[in-house]
Design a protein around this ligand. Structure first.
Ligand SMILES: C[S@@+](CC[C@H](N)C(=O)[O-])C[C@H]1O[C@@H](n2cnc3c(N)ncnc32)[C@H](O)[C@@H]1O
Length: 586
């Protein structure tokens, strides 16, 4: 939270000093003490129904971090109750990010004559447009007269009005944008402004992110019907409100204009947003997906920016003809290019191995049968925390299982047999050589179990070689596929945005079977033998460095050029290193 924390701390201290109670009172107090025009502050107070701030009292100096019109929105949102913010998707944009997005839009489409933010909040984006336009030499009076906005929250509309009046005054202009900033539900219909142009040059902003998968923001049937009526089937499923704002923005944009909206990364990849992506590309050209990085908001969701150009006529290329939205994000994140069609590959992992994943039943069945401490002859329980590079780190690092800390959890098969014969049979079925894979991490981190003594816990998967046939492979062959630079890059690109953070690879267990196998068997055999040697290295640092050296031969298994891939992959391999604390293998 690079910005919010500083603002929150400054605000708490300032609030205590002023005695301001509600978010609106605080906004008025900050505006007054910061030097906003008195008439604008008075009208703000009258509009939102509060008394004028600090009549007669002297307020302490406003801290720099809260200074100027662009801080008013942050003051407002930071003072709002957190539950309401989550339910309404109220996370205002820090000025640095708003300016970056606006500059990017302007660099491609030019300085807009008119701009609109349909979910304007405290006006962060309109102020960023105003600053950028003035920097480009435009007349402030003309600039501010070309800014329009709407928000469902009447207080937010007044906050942005106050902010724009203050900005105008700071630039020697007497302007009240009252008619250009309106209270409206921008998804239910096009807001009605006084004397608005037929379309805006730039529609910009950060619409509310309202995931429909769970939680209080899930829309009612009535709301769904309204949205389907306006946007068609694209709005029928679980699509996030933020994605529908892309369509709403297109309704507001002039031919030849552009759209720049923040979006949750899931909108680029989620199946339920597919209809919306297709509807957008029927009307606009996806120019760019930007990656603003993490830490801008006090919410855990990953964000990106979607830049669209609205041509004078419907675009020729329809959805799917251009690069996918996820590909654009992969490019913005600097992920290496992957062209699987050009690889020398034969078959897929499912042809030579069986994938087994633990689920709830196995997890709960195991709980009463797990004991701590190494016990020779008993299967070792492996959790995500004890999957190292090529080998497990059971007993070398404490792990958590069933809400407890364990030094070296093992499964007592006799107890398990008595308490849950079905899970005991499942465990016995896994006591053979295999690989256990973590579904999420810098790589598809996997540990080989050459002796067949590991029981994988949720969410790990076991990948076991199928026996017989001329294609038979060892677990080392499977590890060579899972850890290879080409497969790592393929997973990073195909599932971009689905991990817990921008650096995380995530692969659903069902997709393991589809991973392509190397086409050069002799090269694959050699890498597998090398990995088996490498796994005997006790020192994880040496194991890591030796694996990095194996990166190029791993690329050759697929005839893939190692030059770009290996440096990217090596960084990830090294990032998996974590210190060991325990005594040694149990
Ligand atoms: C994520 S905040 C961003 C505000 C502002 N654009 C910014 O970047 O600072 C989303 C804003 O959308 C508003 N909002 C939520 N649903 C809306 C809707 N259906 N129509 C218009 N505004 C809406 C919220 O009140 C909130 O001010």
């Amino acid at each position: 939270m690079r910005v919010i924390a500083a603002e929150r701390a400054a605000l708490a201290a300032w609030r205590a000093a002023t005695g301001a109670e509600s978010p609106a009172e605080l906004v008025a107090a900050v505006a007054r003490a910061g030097g906003a025009p008195d008439v604008a502050v008075q009208e703000f107070c009258a509009s939102v129904g509060i008394a004028r701030p600090g009549a007669g009292g002297v307020h302490p100096r406003v801290p720099d971090v809260l200074g100027g019109p662009a801080a008013l929105g942050m003051v407002h949102q930071t003072a709002l109750p957190r539950t309401g913010r989550r339910r309404g998707g109220v996370f205002y944009t820090p000025r640095g990010l708003a300016r970056t997005v606006v500059d990017r839009a302007i660099s491609a489409a030019g300085v807009p004559g008119t701009a609109c933010d349909p979910a304007v909040g405290g006006g962060a984006f309109l102020l960023a447009v105003a600053d950028a336009a003035v920097t480009a030499g435009r007349d402030p009076a003309v600039v501010v007269a070309g800014l329009w906005g709407a928000d469902i929250d009447p207080v937010a509309v007044e906050v942005s009005r106050l902010a724009l009046r203050w900005w105008a005054a700071d630039h020697g202009v007497d302007d009240d944008p009252a008619g250009r900033l309106v209270v409206a539900d921008a998804l239910a219909g096009i807001p009605t402004w006084r004397d608005a142009p037929a379309g805006f040059d730039l529609v910009v902003g950060n619409p509310p992110f309202l995931s429909q998968l769970r939680g209080r923001a899930v829309r009612t049937e009535g709301r769904r019907a309204v949205l389907v009526e306006r946007f068609g089937p694209a709005a029928g499923g679980y699509v996030d409100d933020a994605a529908l704002f892309l369509l709403a923005a297109l309704d507001l944009t002039a031919a030849g204009g552009s759209v720049a909206l923040l979006q949750p990364v899931s909108v680029l990849t989620a199946e339920h947003a597919e209809g919306t992506r297709a509807a957008v590309e029927r009307r606009a050209v996806l120019r760019e997906v930007g990656d603003p990085g993490t830490g801008w908001f006090d919410a855990s969701v990953e964000v990106c920016t979607v830049h669209l150009d609205v041509p004078a006529e419907a675009p020729e290329a329809s959805y799917g003809a251009s690069k996918s939205w996820a590909d654009r994000l992969a490019e913005a994140r600097g992920l290496p290019a992957v062209d699987v069609a050009a690889w020398t590959s034969r078959g897929s992992l499912g042809d030579v191995a069986r994938v087994t994943s633990a689920f709830r039943d196995q997890y709960y069945g195991l709980v009463p049968a797990v004991t701590d401490g190494p016990r020779p002859g008993q299967p070792r329980l492996i959790t995500v925390g004890s999957v190292g590079l090529l080998r497990d780190e059971h007993g070398r690092r404490p792990v958590r299982f069933a809400r407890r800390r364990w030094a070296a959890p093992t499964v007592d098969l006799e107890v398990l047999e008595a308490t849950s014969p079905r899970v005991a049979a499942w465990v016995r079925g896994l006591l053979h050589p295999k690989v256990v894979v973590a579904p999420q991490g810098r790589l598809l981190t996997c540990a080989v179990d050459p002796d067949g003594t590991i029981v994988p816990s949720v969410p790990l998967s076991a990948v076991s070689p199928l026996e017989g046939g001329h294609d038979a492979v060892s677990p080392w062959h499977l590890a060579a596929v899972l850890l290879s630079p080409p497969v790592s890059a393929l997973v990073a690109r195909r599932y971009v945005g689905s991990g817990l953070g921008p650096e995380t690879l995530r692969l659903p267990a069902r997709a393991l079977r589809d991973l392509p196998l190397p086409g050069h068997r002799a090269r694959w055999d050699r890498v597998a033998a090398n990995l088996a040697d490498l796994a005997t290295l006790d020192d994880p640092r040496r194991r890591t460095e030796d694996l990095v050296v194996a990166g190029t031969p791993m690329c050759r298994m697929y005839d893939v050029d190692a030059a770009e891939l290996v440096p990217w992959w090596a960084e990830r391999v090294r990032a998996t290193l974590r210190p060991l604390t325990g005594p040694g293998p149990g």
